[in-house]
Design a protein around this ligand. Structure first.
Ligand SMILES: *[C@@H]1O[C@H](CO)[C@@H](O)[C@H](O)[C@H]1NC(C)=O
Ligand SMILES: *[C@@H]1O[C@H](CO)[C@@H](O)[C@H](O)[C@H]1NC(C)=O
Length: 638
């Protein structure tokens, strides 16, 4: 085991990490010792983490007996605490890691797990639960289920809106592998229907509050918004590759990206992780570090709109979040202000008395390894005024500028960041059970492991951090396509949403022997792709309805997306463009091309009384307009 005392030492020496000083030889020697120690920790911990992670997946996992196939159990612990459930978020993050590893190296055993996961989630989507059902998507916002895929009916923080986009992201990783290996029809018929429901949810409910990833704060969570944006960008592109479309994805993604920028505190230079919610927290939260690592795209450089690990914003934020834990845990006492420390969720945490967590300490390392990868591949490192304090804490002589491998600063900067990142891993090593077992937390005073044992997410967090350290990047998700162009002009964000259509994914049989193969016919090199037939059409309804203060307008119709003629389940229209001269109420709804739709508008009074418009039902057959998979209907109250 790595001795904790050398972590303390490391902090002290990093201060003077500048080449040419008398201390230099000693510094290099000590960081070499740390590196070797972390190397050997990783060597032991990697197979163990894989083994324990797979133990927690049903139905064959050694610690998951009773769980359905493909179900990730959060922890085998059935009491104090009871984590014998499956969370949509945790499972998606765990399977994202599994799928990335599978894409790197084909493994039939992992493929079986992945297929079981897809099938289990197809079923789970249709399980009605206290958040709702599938018909209008509300049930997808449920956070956790029983391990046999039935609903959990107890009181809980509901809904949690990060589950659907994270699951879509994980499943899209496998759908892309299928495409790349010539199994397009499996991707289209088995995996896409599940992904599509989650994308519909993301486009429909992104602008409503929900509980954060720690299940405590009701509001808007940075982690959730960033995951939603990524899912929509990736979903729009995957839909095209599959010969279909996701008009809601492309329409909503820029709005979500726009909103994501709102979490930045420009005076103190960090992400306020929860907004739109009443809580007395300072906002520094590992939420934002997790957002950065799960948004990492090796092709996106150090771009800050999507909060890439090496972006100046993400580095300034890393320092702010890590620093917020320096003085609050006894075990961090005595570590110099620039050494790695144990990282928790947020400083006001009181769960189990508020402790550091393995997965958050690992995330702090993982962000830095991701940053190192990008700097190495692009052969440059840029220090801006925003990231300067981060760099200066590691290399006091650092100054703003761009450094390439030919400059004397380049290698020392990289080495200092790597040594700092390794020191977070060394903390995890020293605080794990001696056999490598990783529970959820370690004690803020004694450093002893505690809370849920063998937390699946802890093992997954270790494995992804170790992969980044080894220079293994996740596949790109298209973050580079976002650069500059997608933000609505003038930074004017809109909160519009698109009501989706949800369909139960019933095709849950994978053809046998889908071994690595050659891609099917690829789109030709024509710059403008052939227009695809629209499966879905984004229909914008614009209704002129003169209303009184306190009244609202809803669109109600025969199809589930329009509430099945139930006004309370209909689509609420938006009065953002309403003027006395032009009293427009608007809503966008995704409807299936070719579908026959009948509808009417209703006005809901301040007293909740519903007033239907007169005349017969309005009706039309859904068709795409000329410009793509979109069309508009203009109506006036009758
Ligand atoms: C590892 O050690 C912990 C603590 O002693 C113990 O609870 C756990 O069962 C051990 N795990 C394995 C796989 O040996
Ligand atoms: C909805 O989006 C608007 C525009 O970005 C934003 O001002 C508002 O805070 C958002 N609300 C929620 C709950 O996401």
């Amino acid at each position: 085991m790595h001795a904790f005392s050398s972590i303390l030492l490391l902090g002290a020496v990093v201060v003077q990490y500048v080449l040419g000083r008398p201390e230099d030889a000693r510094i290099r020697r000590e960081s070499a010792i740390l590196k070797r120690s972390v190397d050997s920790f990783i060597e032991k911990q990697t197979p163990f983490s894989w083994q324990r992670l797979l133990c927690n997946i049903g139905s064959t996992g050694c610690a998951a007996s009773g769980a359905a196939p493909g179900v990730v159990v959060a922890s085998p612990s059935k009491r104090d605490p009871d984590y014998w459930y499956t969370w949509t978020r945790d499972s998606a993050l765990v399977f994202k890691g599994i799928i990335d590893a599978f894409v790197e190296k084909y493994d039939p055993a992992l493929q079986t797990q992945i297929q079981n996961y897809v099938i289990s989630q197809a079923k789970l989507q249709s399980v009605s639960n206290p958040s709702g059902g599938l018909s209008n998507g509300l049930g997808l916002g449920e956070a956790k289920y029983m391990v046999d895929l039935t609903q959990f009916t107890g009181a809980w923080g509901r809904p949690q809106r990060d589950g659907p986009p994270l699951r879509a992201i994980a499943l899209m990783g496998y759908a892309k592998w299928l495409l790349d290996n010539g199994y397009t029809s499996t991707a289209q018929t088995v995996v896409w229907p599940v992904i599509k429901n989650d994308l519909s949810y993301s486009a429909q409910y992104w602008n409503q509050t929900g509980f954060d990833l720690w299940e405590e704060v009701q509001g808007s969570s940075f982690f959730t918004i960033v995951a939603t944006h990524r899912a929509l960008v990736e979903g729009a592109a995957l839909a095209r590759s599959l010969g279909t479309s996701c008009p809601a994805c492309s329409s909503i993604a820029p709005q979500v990206l726009c909103f994501a920028q709102r979490f930045w505190n420009p005076n103190q230079n960090y992400v306020v992780s929860n907004i739109n919610g009443g809580n007395g927290r300072n906002g520094r939260d590992a939420n934002s570090i997790l957002a950065s690592i799960h948004n990492f795209d090796p092709s996106a450089g150090c771009e800050s709109l999507t909060f890439q690990p090496c972006s100046d914003r993400a580095l300034a934020n890393h320092k702010a979040v890590v620093d917020s834990f320096r003085s609050i845990y006894t075990i961090n006492n005595g570590i110099p202000s620039n050494g790695a420390v144990a990282v928790g969720r947020y400083s006001e945490d009181v769960y189990y008395n508020g402790n550091p967590w393995y997965l958050t300490t690992l995330a702090a390392a993982e962000q830095l390894y991701g940053a190192l990868q990008t700097w190495t591949t692009q052969s440059s490192i840029t220090i801006t005024p925003l990231s300067l304090p981060f760099f200066q804490s590691l290399v006091p002589s650092a100054t703003t500028g761009t450094y390439t491998p030919s400059s004397p600063q380049f290698t020392p900067l990289l080495n200092a960041v790597r040594t700092y990142a390794d020191a977070f891993l060394a903390i995890v090593e020293s605080r794990a059970h001696p056999n490598g077992s990783l529970p959820e937390q370690f004690d803020r005073n004694t450093g002893r492991p505690l809370a849920a044992p063998d937390l699946t997410w802890s093992y997954s967090a270790f494995l992804t951090a170790a992969a980044r350290r080894a220079g293994r990047a996740p596949p790109t998700w298209g973050a580079a396509s976002v650069l500059g162009t997608q933000l609505p002009a003038g930074g004017q964000c809109s909160g519009h949403a698109v009501a989706g259509t949800y369909t139960r994914a019933t095709n849950t049989v994978f053809p046998p022997s889908q071994t690595p193969g050659t891609p099917g016919p690829q789109p030709t090199g024509i710059p403008e792709p052939e227009p695809q037939p629209c499966v879905d059409v984004l229909v914008t309804f614009e209704a002129r309805v003169t209303t009184l203060w306190g009244e609202s307008v809803r669109l109600v119709g025969n199809v589930p997306a329009l509430g099945g003629w139930r006004p309370e389940a209909g689509v609420l229209l938006d009065a953002g463009g309403y003027t006395a001269g032009n009293p427009v109420w608007k809503a966008a709804v995704v409807l299936a091309a070719g579908e026959r739709v009948e509808y009417k508008y209703v006005v809901v009074g301040a007293d909740s009384k519903v007033r239907w418009e007169g005349g017969g039902n309005r009706g039309f057959t859904v068709e795409a307009g000329l410009g793509g998979c979109e069309s508009t209907r203009g109506d006036s109250w009758q």
